[in-house]
Ligand binder design. Structure first.
Ligand code: FNR
Length: 184
């Protein structure tokens, strides 16, 4: 049976570059792997009362089950104010609870950060890395995946037009598969 790697983009935006990168990455799954895009659109902001008072939103139940069923995760994050966008942090929080029942535990992960600017989401990349340590998710250290000037890599229709970026992504995906096999 194929191993299932979740692709989680930290943006809700329809024309999100992170989502576009996610779709390119999805097409790079090697034999024996399925890359599955996990949307974050339906997750209300985490409120511990939901869990403490048995009022868990149905979308949380579905999301937690979806994450639990994954074998690994590729996070594709933009940067908001030098950190992880709230929507992605919220997703981490939702599936990390209730206490002691985190759905993330032990799943190998990769972090691909991006920005239309020059700094490539460095701050978001490393803030996310910090959360993954606590969530007990081994995160690929090398290659680091920083993608700058990302808006130039796609045409109007959302196709990746920079072959250098595509090759860079393919090498990162291949490295992650090797990392996954050592850490699963
Ligand atoms: C941004 N943006 C941004 N970019 C960056 O490189 N560093 C940053 O700290 C920020 N901060 C920031 C805050 C907020 C609230 C917004 C809305 C945007 C710009 C951001 O990189 C750009 O909007 C991306 O296109 C967002 O990613 P998606 O939606 O294209 O995946």
């Amino acid at each position: 049976m194929s191993k299932v790697i979740g692709i989680i983009a930290g943006s809700l935006r329809k024309e999100s570059f992170s989502k576009k990168i996610g779709r390119v990455v999805q097409g790079m799954a090697p034999e024996g792997f399925e890359f599955s895009i996990i949307p974050l659109d339906d997750l209300p902001i985490y409120n511990q009362d939901f869990d403490d008072h048995h009022e868990v939103p149905p979308s949380y139940v579905t999301f937690r089950e979806t994450i639990r069923a994954l074998d690994g995760v590729i996070f594709i994050t933009p940067e908001y104010n030098r950190s992880v966008p709230g929507v992605l942090k919220n997703a981490l929080d939702v599936a990390s609870r209730p206490y002691g029942k985190s759905a993330w535990t032990g799943k190998p992960a990769a972090i691909f950060s991006n920005s239309p600017g020059n700094l490539s989401g460095f701050g978001a990349n490393h803030h996310l890395r910090q959360s993954l340590v606590f969530l007990n998710m081994p995160a690929m250290a090398q290659p680091e995946v920083y993608m700058h000037s990302i808006s130039k890599d796609f045409d109007e229709a959302g196709n990746m037009i920079n072959e250098g970026t595509r090759d860079f992504l393919k090498k990162a995906v291949d490295a992650f598969i090797t990392f996954y096999q050592k850490n699963a």
